[in-house]
Design a protein around this ligand. Sequence first.
Ligand code: UTP
Length: 289
Amino acid sequence: MTRIRKAVIPAAGLGTRFLPATKAIPKEMLPIVNRPAIQLIVEEAAACGIEQVIIITGRGKTELVDHFDAHPQLEDTLRRQGKDALLNEVLRTTDLARIVTVRQQRPLGLGHAILCARDLIDGEPFVVFLPDDLIDADPPAARQLIDVYERTGKSVLALMEVAPEAVSSYGIAAGQTRPEDDRLIDIDTLVEKPPAGEAPSNLAVVGRYVLSPRIFDYLSQTRPGRGDEIQLTDALARLALNEGLIGDRFTGSRYDAGDMAGYLLANLNWARKEPRLWRKVKRWLAENE
Ligand code: UTP
């Protein structure tokens, strides 16, 4: 079985839910405590053994790639000032993975963004990370999916139960639970953002996928769907039908950093890992409840 070495991070969207903050700054550069969201994603990829990260960018998104380049002037200054801890933080961003970019020249949808990576993926299975979905998990959520791919040889996506009234915000999957492992579902139905009451289940697709390179054939045949965009969900439905697709009810907490409440909760979750910072946050919460 081909080892998974490459990841695709589609980051060419316009981030309209965060306007005006995202007028001049890419959404993926908004910080989660002191790291931009895109760094958390690249760290997850590196922790899963990914060697090459392909970021799909577009107009106005250069900062998010600059973030992973060396910065000799800054590094020299930190070194001279003896700020070793900060220096190490800065150096670490450059060593996480090999970053490659592809431009999506028109924002024609998530499916189209992934299709832009076809030549670089070059026939290998790969992981997709949606940078809005920040997942705090051990092992990392993408690693859990790669393990399922290695056991089954099939494409895998991450699933999470959501409240019935929330189904219309997600891709929803349904299928047969595997008898040997009730975390795993052989998916036979996938619907993009169904109205509440018409969803085939309450299992929502979350932004981690391990995909066979055959997905590019389906993406290239997919016509614009919902919202006049080329939808990944439509191509996944064909992949499921023709060669099988497994849903993994991964373990971990997921935050939708593309949404304001989710973004604030992600900050609280990662702030909780810094004891001094967390004490201040807790004090503020106690005083202002
Ligand atoms: P979203 O639907 O969340 O779009 O895309 P968005 O533009 O980022 O955010 P809002 O809804 O306007 O606030 C899901 C993922 O697909 C990428 C986005 O960058 C995001 O990571 N995407 C979407 C592209 O790369 N290209 C596209 O044409 C559309």
